[in-house]
Design a protein around this ligand. Structure first.
Ligand code: CA
Ligand code: CA
Length: 139
């Protein structure tokens, strides 16, 4: 087997214990949810910032960004980075992130390179999504 497009995500199975010893540490910013997909493993990516949810534009969106999202949500694998609002449009939500460029190790999307929260040249038909998995999609 060669190296697949969707690799294992280091650290996804071993969350750091919190100082209190109860549960994983949650990053302060960049909470996520997946919306509009069948099942919990896929959907449009929505990011919580400053108390409000918003969407991510698909410009530059790739498997490294999907890896950050999937790991943050507790999945072991990122299967696919989804473009063009395949899981529906975020409608009335603001578009929070555009030109997101992740290396793959970041703790959340806000740590990736992007244009600045709320700065974008996208429409909602470019909403980004992900497909994650608990199982290796290359097996
Ligand atoms: Ca685009
Ligand atoms: Ca853009």
């Amino acid at each position: 087997m060669g190296k697949g497009r969707a690799g294992a995500l280091p650290g996804s199975r071993q969350p750091q214990p919190s100082p209190s010893g109860r549960g994983p540490v949650r990053p302060a910013g960049g909470r996520l949810r997946l919306v509009g997909g069948p099942g919990p493993c896929r959907g449009r990516v929505e990011v919580l910032h400053a108390g409000g949810w918003g969407t991510v534009c698909d410009d530059s969106w790739n498997i490294s960004g999907a890896a950050v999202v999937c790991r943050q949500l507790g999945f072991a694998y990122a299967v696919r980075a989804v473009k063009r609002a395949e899981f529906g449009q975020g409608g009335s939500l603001p578009i929070l992130l555009d030109d997101v460029r992740c290396a793959g190790w970041e703790r959340n999307l806000l740590e990736c390179q992007h244009n600045g929260v709320g700065t974008h040249n996208c429409e909602h038909d470019e909403d980004a999504g992900v497909v994650c998995s608990h199982q290796n999609p290359d097996l």
